[in-house]
Design a protein around this ligand. Structure first.
Ligand code: FAD
Length: 492
């Protein structure tokens, strides 16, 4: 009950600050009482506004690439930092596909927030709340939140409010389903660690079920047919990981069913369309060599055991992974803030939401307003991370110049605007091969490579990007263990 402990801390730490805080104390205490008391009026409790002699409070919504990089860079001497997120860790997404087949363990790609910004678990006014933000009131400088519940066994969601001096919305995007029937119910997305866990369990379950006596040939083929929808970098990398797993582990350890397992990658347009033709053709050749069947088609309907394509053909599957890009989340859609093309939260060159004082937005949930004349940036970790770093520096500057409290930064000079320079793209395609494109765009001049050396660059580059030395160590050990002993195939 981590959040309950925090509420007790909040109650005592912010004694009699405001009517809101008094309510917090009353409702918090009544929440813990077990006696048969009449129900307390549903008045959300929370953290009240900060006083002029206290540190200003930065509230960060989200613990992804953008929010985590921001919190890492914020100076805890200048601000109290409060993070609200439904997960208490950051996911190192570029290596997430490797965890689905056991090349890496799940913990190697999850970075606890308290390690990224230690003050969040130690400074008296800084907190992490395992909760979702449900609404933002920009007039009163407050966010409304609701704790995360899990299954029937946990207590009801607890609602509370937090006043902010500066608010950073970094709540990311969500997987696009284009309203296709059955996707949410039957497909697995690949965005969170629990998605990777679900994929690994399903894959190993199907491998074991297909070996049971009496299973028909057709059912064996269905169970062991892994279908990936979406030929962007994530779909391609996952298909590559799967084919490596099949080639080096299934062929050795599931010899009875090794000839039944197949991977199909379905894409409506070109695969890896952000890479140039030479690199794309290389990827197609490698994937095909590894046994991945590439199908050009659009999924129209998803049912529990098969998908229907636009040409009417049916594709039976045992595992369906959906990776067709991202769009705004229902939370972002619900916010009454200006929107950029594509429905993201509209921001200006300093990553501010121009209509709301003290509100900023970074990462996949935000995009430049049309009026800035800048294009909406791609949904990439490198964009989110650099926006997080830029904003941390900007907020530290504002804090040092005395603009940290609510409505105090109006007259300040914000300095240089945020500039994005694309560093390049990389994607692995399996069999120790990868694509590396270090050019600003497909048309620009510069380095673009494919092959084993690129794979080495891919691994080295991501290893250096892993946030902590602890996880870097885990990743290296996992890679070594896998190459010596093979992937772990226990279904835990
Ligand atoms: C499998 C995979 C591989 C990828 N590989 C690459 C790559 O190789 N290179 C690259 O540049 N990019 C890659 N990306 C894209 C990259 O991960 C995203 O662009 C990046 O995560 C965006 O960061 P973000 O902080 O905006 O959002 P996220 O990282 O998605 O974080 C959003 C956070 O907000 C939280 N949240 C959501 N709703 C709420 C709410 N209502 N209240 C509070 N918190 C909320 C979420 O729980 C999460 O903590 C990959 C993505 C995936 C899924």
């Amino acid at each position: 009950m981590f959040w309950c402990r925090n509420f007790i801390k909040i109650s005592t730490a912010t004694k009699a600050k405001s009517p809101i805080t008094t309510n917090l104390i009353l409702t918090s205490l009544s929440h813990f009482s077990t006696a048969n008391q009449p129900p307390v009026a549903a008045q959300p409790s929370g953290l009240g506004p900060t006083k002029a002699d206290e540190k200003p409070r930065v509230v960060v919504l989200g613990s992804g690439w953008a929010g985590s990089r921001l919190m890492k860079g914020l100076d805890p001497k200048l601000y109290d930092i409060v993070c609200v997120s439904p997960r208490n860790h950051m996911v190192f997404t570029p290596l997430l596909a490797s965890t689905c087949v056991g090349t890496l363990e799940f913990r190697s790609v999850a970075e606890p927030i308290s390690r990224i910004q230690p003050s969040i678990s130690s400074a008296p006014g800084s907190y992490f709340f395992l909760a979702n933000c449900t609404a933002v009131n920009t007039e009163s400088h407050e966010v409304h939140c609701e704790t995360v519940t899990e299954g029937d066994q946990t207590s009801e969601a607890w609602k509370f409010k937090i006043s902010y001096d500066k608010l950073v919305i970094a709540s990311g995007a969500q997987a696009s389903t284009f309203g296709i029937h059955g996707v949410k119910e039957h497909a697995v997305f690949l965005r969170e660690v629990h998605h990777a866990q679900a994929i690994r369990r399903k894959l190993l379950l199907n491998l074991m079920l297909s070996d049971v006596p009496g299973i028909s040939e057709e059912e064996k083929r269905r169970l062991l047919h892994c279908v990936v929808v979406g030929g962007g970098p994530t779909g391609v990398e996952f298909s590559g990981e799967l084919s490596d797993f099949i080639r080096s582990d299934v062929h050795q350890r599931y010899t009875h069913v090794k000839d039944y397992i197949h991977v199909t990658l379905i894409e409506a347009n070109d695969i890896l369309s952000s890479f140039d033709d030479r690199l794309r053709h290389y990827a197609i050749k490698q994937l095909t060599k590894s046994g991945v069947r590439l199908v050009r088609g659009t999924v129209k309907d998803v049912r529990p055991e098969n998908v229907t394509l636009s040409d009417g053909s049916e594709v039976p599957y045992g595992l369906l992974v959906w990776s067709t890009g991202v769009g705004p989340s229902p939370f972002v859609n619900s916010l009454r803030l200006p929107k950029s093309p594509g429905g993201r939260i509209g921001i200006d060159e300093w990553l501010r939401v121009p209509t709301a004082q003290d509100v900023f937005s970074i990462g996949d949930c935000s995009g430049f307003l049309e009026s800035t004349g800048k294009p909406v940036l791609p949904a990439l970790a490198q964009v989110a991370e650099r926006q997080g770093k830029y904003l941390a520096d900007l907020l530290n500057k504002i804090g040092k110049e005395g603009g940290g409290h609510a409505n105090r930064a109006k007259a300040l000079d914000f300095g240089d605007p945020f500039e994005y320079k694309h560093l390049g793209s990389m994607a692995t395609v399996g069999r120790f091969k990868a694509l590396v494109d270090l050019r600003q765009s497909k048309e620009a001049k510069g380095v673009s490579l494919a092959g084993f050396f690129s794979w080495f660059i891919w691994r080295s580059a991501y290893l250096t990007r892993v946030v902590s030395w602890r996880n870097r160590f885990y990743v290296v050990i996992n890679w070594l263990t896998t190459s010596v002993f093979g992937r772990d195939i226990s279904r835990l």
